[in-house]
Write a protein that binds this ligand. Structure first.
Ligand code: COA
Length: 324
């Protein structure tokens, strides 16, 4: 784990601003979620440009150039192009030797991407992987629905993962999916029948804004996230006390507090920046990680427990050591 970077649109929308177009208040949002503002991409900004900015920062920290990258994985649910945005980022960076693809696992995307990247490194297929988590959920939020629109924001984070023949820094992981609970959180395609001939009708439609059962998702996260972290720690042969930092998907401060409490991890080890970004989906873990790395709080050798959870439903945890 040799470099990190992040980027977010400069336009900020605070809770007070939201109270001007839906019936809510700063007090309600902050006390229920810990969120105070979120960054929003403007219509002329793309996932590609924000993700590429985060990627450049990560490459710079790692001390490598785009030409050194073998593989780019873009974890996103909000591509600029449904055929994938990773290749556009590859071109934007000039990473001409890299193969690039998108990976979709909603708010778990970064954790799923880290494990995917590690498999390519462990087999010896690739030496240097650029893993990006980026989402612009503002494109897909129903801005008239106060139950969801207050939660989400836009941003991108990235890390560089490089082969080290001597040490494996991905110490343990556990990934899970449960499609039976898919309806708890969706951004679903809704087809409209379109008749081509008397016998042939195709379904052409649009994706519908985010729908969420907040209480179900809350219960799921608080129960499943500690379990999966404990499992990943078991695989890493580490105890909870050996975790230096807990970097959870930044969905809700109450979820962070409850998970840390269940695991017995003290608040000083829990990274939280959601007050400033809201829930940025696949970007939330790498943005939080990058901020703390750049503050110098996370140091080379520190053990990090990261966990993503969200739509799918998907959830997972990785235990890794920061640094070369
Ligand atoms: N402002 C003011 N009132 C709001 C509101 C808002 N933004 N959103 C909902 N309310 C109201 C509801 O309409 C409801 O009113 P009613 O009792 O008159 O019907 C009341 O607040 C309570 O709603 P409820 O849904 O029970 O609130 P909650 O305590 O469960 O908190 C969430 C709602 C969304 C903050 C919480 O469920 C949550 O964080 N869930 C997890 C969501 C998440 O993290 N999703 C992403 C995962 S990747």
């Amino acid at each position: 784990m040799t470099g990190s970077g992040s980027a977010a649109p400069s336009r900020a929308l605070d809770n007070q601003d939201i109270s001007h177009f839906v019936d809510t208040s700063d007090e309600w949002i902050a006390s229920r979620t810990g969120i105070r503002q979120r960054r929003l991409a403007q219509p002329d900004q793309s996932l590609k440009t924000i993700a590429a900015a985060a990627a450049r920062n990560a490459l710079e920290m790692a001390g490598i150039t785009p030409l050194d990258v073998d593989l780019i994985i873009l974890a996103t649910s909000t591509p600029d192009d449904l055929f994938g945005t990773a290749s556009q980022i590859q071109a934007e960076l000039g990473a001409t030797k890299a193969v690039a693809f998108d990976l979709t696992a909603a708010c778990s995307g970064f954790v799923f991407g880290m494990v995917t990247a590690a498999q390519f490194i462990h087999t010896g297929a690739y030496q240097t992987v650029l893993l990006i988590g980026a989402d612009l959920l503002s494109r897909w939020v129903d801005w008239s629905d106060r139950r969801t629109c207050v939660l989400f924001g836009d941003g991108a984070g990235a890390i560089v993962m490089q082969a080290n023949p001597d040490i494996n820094h991905l110490l343990g992981f556990e990934l899970r999916s449960d499609g039976t609970q898919n309806s708890c959180l969706t951004l679903a395609y809704q087809p409209q029948p379109r008749e081509l001939t008397a016998e042939t009708i195709v379904g052409q439609g649009n994706f519908q804004p985010i729908q969420m059962n907040g209480q179900e998702v809350y219960r799921f996260a608080v129960k499943k996230v500690p379990e999966v972290i404990e499992k990943a720690l078991f695989r890493a042969e580490l105890s909870v006390a050996q975790v230096d930092w807990l970097v959870l998907h930044q969905a809700n401060q109450r979820i962070l507090d409850a998970v840390a409490d269940r695991l017995g991890i003290p608040a000083v080890k829990v990274i939280s920046n959601m007050a400033r970004y809201g829930n940025t989906s696949a970007a939330s873990i790498p943005i939080a990680l990058d901020e703390v790395v750049r503050e110098g709080r996370i140091k080379p050798g520190d053990v990090i427990a990261a966990s993503g959870f969200g739509a799918g439903l998907t959830w997972g945890a990785t235990i890794f050591r920061w640094g070369k």
